[in-house]
Design a protein around this ligand. Structure first.
Ligand code: HEC
Length: 202
């Protein structure tokens, strides 16, 4: 190899590294978009605008439940006792002041019956969008106090509080409808209830 050949080889090698680097950087930047494009698009309950799910409280975005939910709209926490236990506690902190301990309604509407101001809330994807982006007036966005995984836990608890006719529980599949028993006051789940959700930090 003479001098200029050597230079050329070095330049080619550097070029290859540079291209690989760009490819990597491109992949990193493209990730959130790719996720949103290949998964479901969640739209603000009031404005219909697509929402950016990377904003808000960090964490809780890469759990199996959230990944499944973003792809299919199915909330696999719905009948998991460990998640219901967490969901109750998160609901009591963030929601019950306005919606009531049993979601029976206070300044905010009841969430435990079959009447919905926004019919999209009969699907867990609609409920998620309402929690994430808020609705009108005092119903602000909750993506600063709850991350997506915690929202799925709250949604599971709200569905658990439902006392309306089972035929209107559109969030349940046929199998879940068969096994459904209406919520009775005082039904809580123990700290050591087994399941997918770790106990919340005290
Ligand atoms: C400061 C009071 C307040 C808090 C806190 C609050 N909400 Fe609301 N919520 C409201 C009001 C008022 C409405 C009615 C808004 C509307 O109709 O657009 C509402 C509406 C809703 C709706 C739409 C119901 C329907 O019939 O379609 C859902 C679902 C909901 N809230 C869930 C929650 C959850 C879950 C939390 C806790 C993460 C929460 N809210 C926290 C006041 C509140």
């Amino acid at each position: 190899m003479n001098g200029s050949q050597r230079l050329l080889t070095v330049a080619l090698a550097l070029g290859a590294v540079g291209l690989a680097g760009m490819g990597l950087a491109g992949a990193v930047f493209a990730q959130p978009q790719a996720g949103a494009q290949s998964g479901l698009v969640f739209r603000n309950t009031i404005t219909g605008e697509a929402m950016d799910l990377t904003e808000g409280k960090p964490g809780g975005r890469d759990t199996p439940a959230v990944k499944t939910f973003f792809q299919t709209g199915k909330n696999i926490y719905i009948d998991d006792k460990s998640c219901l236990r967490n969901g109750e506690s998160l609901y009591l902190t963030s929601c019950s002041g306005c919606h009531g301990h049993l979601a029976e309604g206070k300044v905010g509407p009841g969430l435990n019956d079959n009447y919905w101001t926004y019919p999209a809330n009969t699907e867990d994807t609609g409920l998620f969008a309402t929690l994430w982006g808020g609705a009108n007036g005092m119903m602000g966005p909750h993506n600063e106090d709850l991350n997506p995984d915690e929202m799925l836990q709250v949604i599971a608890w709200i569905r658990h509080l439902y006392t309306g006719p089972v035929k209107d529980a559109l969030w349940l599949n046929d199998e879940q409808k068969k096994n459904y028993t209406p919520f009775k006051e005082g039904q809580h789940f123990a700290k050591d209830a087994p399941g997918q959700c770790k106990p919340l930090a005290d």
